[in-house]
Design a binder for this molecule. Structure first.
Ligand SMILES: Nc1ncnc2c1ncn2[C@@H]1O[C@H](COP(=O)(O)OP(=O)(O)OP(=O)(O)O)[C@@H](O)[C@H]1O
Ligand SMILES: [Mg+2]
Length: 233
């Protein structure tokens, strides 16, 4: 469903991504793992057209999207939740959700506000609360829910567990698992291997802008050498 091939990108003269190749099949949850500064966010920004690739290609649903603008890419059904939560602090939960609303899309899970509230029950309880008066974890949930209002067929989640208390991390893993059950395809970036293990089918490891490892979560769990080299601090 999402095919990234030999992607390179630069910030000014700095060569950040080199030869990034990864694949996410329909209905899969795939983790892009790596330490701080490894290139996870840059990979997502390049897929979304926010950073222009210097070479390589991105295909989504069999169509080339590299070179398109981020708005066009969103409209093709690829949702994106950046690492900085961008909710509107003056708007209520309900109003924030409305901002994300787009027409339904064939071949993608369709969402209503009520259905989202069944996956995100704590948002239902605070539907009239302004975003600025929510915790970081609640804001993170709201950002994901708002993106789903666009009925994406696949979604990129940049470090969904970042800054969350351990109990909320478990909740977040369950929530993303529920989205998978609805048929959503998910590529998420993470430093937290435990979190990724709770919900991902497969993982890639990125370091210094290059993919260093590809395998199932079980393979990775068994490979202490790889984890020591690229993940643990
Ligand atoms: N706007 C920018 N201009 C120049 N260099 C940047 C910019 N954004 C990121 N970089 C550099 O690109 C590299 C990859 O950064 P990136 O944000 O993709 O890493 P990351 O894996 O998402 O890290 P983190 O886990 O800290 O979010 C780093 O060396 C970083 O310093
Ligand atoms: Mg990042």
């Amino acid at each position: 469903m999402l095919d990234v091939a030999d992607l390179h990108s630069h910030y000014g003269r700095a060569h950040i991504l080199a030869d990034v190749t990864l694949h996410v099949g329909r209905g899969e949850v795939v983790a892009l793992l790596g330490r701080n500064g490894a290139g996870k966010s840059t990979t997502f920004k390049t897929i979304m057209g926010l950073v222009k690739p210097t070479s390589g290609s991105v295909m989504f649903n069999g169509e080339t999207i590299s070179g398109a603008g981020s708005h066009t890419i969103c409209q093709k059904g690829l949702g994106y939740v950046p690492e900085d939560r961008r909710i509107f602090t003056d708007l209520t939960v309900m109003e924030n959700l409305e901002v994300g609303r787009q027409p339904e899309r064939e071949g993608a899970p369709a969402w209503t506000v009520e259905k989202l509230f069944s996956v995100f029950p704590n948002l239902a309880e605070m539907r009239n609360r302004p975003g600025g008066r929510m915790s970081g974890g609640e804001q993170q949930m709201l950002t994901i829910a708002r993106t789903l209002m666009g009925h994406p067929s696949a979604i990129l989640l940049d470090e969904p567990s970042e800054g969350l208390a351990p109990v909320i991390v478990e909740q977040m893993a369950q929530t993303i698992g529920a989205l998978k059950s609805e048929g959503l395809t998910v590529l998420l970036s993470e430093q937290n291997l435990h979190f990724a293990t709770l919900l991902a089918d497969r993982a890639y490891i990125i370091e210094k802008g290059r993919i260093r490892y590809e395998g199932t979560m079980a393979d990775l769990a068994a490979d202490e050498e790889v984890r020591a080299a690229y993940l643990t601090v």
